[in-house]
Design a protein around this ligand. Sequence first.
Ligand code: AMP
Length: 494
Amino acid sequence: MSRTLLGLLTDAMTSRDAPALRTADGARLTYGQLDEESTRLALALVAAGVGVGDRVAYQVDKSAAAVVLHLALLRCGAIQLPLNPDYADAEVDVLLADADPVLVIRSPGHSPPSGPWRSVTMDAHGAGSLRELPSEGSVVLPSVAADDGAALLYTSGTTGRPKGALLSHGNLAANAQTLVEAWHFSPSDVLLHMLPLFHTHGLFVATHCVLTSGASMVLLPAFDVDEVFTALPSCSVVMGVPTHYSRLLSDERLDSLVCDSVRLFVSGSAPMTRAMHAEFTSRTGAQILERYGMTETSMLASNPLVGPRRPGSVGPPLPGVSIRTVDESDQSVGAGQVGDVQVRGPNVFAGYWRRPDLAEESFTADGWFRTGDLGRFDDDGYLELVGRSKDLVITGGLNVYPTDVERVLDLLPGVAESAVVGLPDADFGERVVAVVVASDGTQLEPEALRAAARSQLAGYKVPKEIVVMESLPRNIMGKIEKALLRNQLVDRGA
Ligand code: AMP
């Protein structure tokens, strides 16, 4: 991987008149305009004193201006800290205190941060006091090295001590090149961008696949089913999380005709059930490509573009990425056996921001990153994830991988989805408890579900209790929040 991220981005910008981006309200930017606007802003930031390695936080609405800001910050060598626009001031303050930024950019709806941070505003059109930064001198863009930090993404939410994953320009360049090749991105592609811009999926995977390959994107301000259906016929690639696909499946407009121009649907950030894969294919004729990645590492594995895609699997490791599954002594386990997933590659971050204390628990002595996921390879080298290791249930000394139970429950008649957790148990240490959500109009009988599960699962894996809920708690990327679910179950006396 010899190309730099800025090199890849600026190469694409040589096609000055080619479309780079359009928004749902009709605004358009060519690569030439993206180049000019991001250079102008980068120069203003440098002139205002932003140097290589300085942190710049931004909490702004998703917009074309936010994409320009992302590029400008890459160009001036700052470490950007994108923040979820939904975070409350108190949550933001915790992250700012950790990142210690030289500048905070917020949309006008937010009040200035309470700490000593220099703060400016930027709205969805790029207007605001960001444009009035006083110039303090030098107006040359710095040279940025592959090892220089590019982004700081916090992974532990806003509770507990912050864990900022520091991704370098080299990490991001490696992943952009790998994905563009693996998924055959080309200038003729149009991506439907419906993901948030503060998370690795939307900010790096989606945006960099487009902007380093000369493709273009339709940038939706947020996921909105009507806007998706309006945009779909002009798009060739869609990236989403399983919740997006489930919302599209609940709409009768989803059929093969509306998806006719789409050559690739990608899903990731959370597991997609086999049932959802099958339903999507039967409705549209298209098979979703599921991939696996995380904030600290960018993308790690992907079902193939050409070749068999396996529902329930995240595919083989991407080219240049090494993945192994290991036992508690960090020794590789064989195909078919569940182990801790560890990864290595030019895409993997070097460590958490100002947290040398986490180095030993995050990396093995020989440099493999411990993902915290559990998985098993099949004989063909496809990886199947079975849950986060912290969500593993150990009951009576036996391991229960939540996914193994959830997959059985999900296929029972009337079950829309399920989540399995371990709750404290005086006898077993932990006991398996399942939460199920009913399909529309179905009345679920927990005891009947347990009986049905018993015929397909070893006794110790059968949930001791099945609780019916209206919905499962999910974060914005569609991940089920199991810690929250455990607390909810304890609170209601399960
Ligand atoms: P994040 O850092 O928010 O991107 O979350 C990364 C985590 O999401 C991974 O460690 C996995 O636990 C989970 N994840 C990502 N993609 C998938 C997938 N396709 N299937 C199951 N889990 C996934």
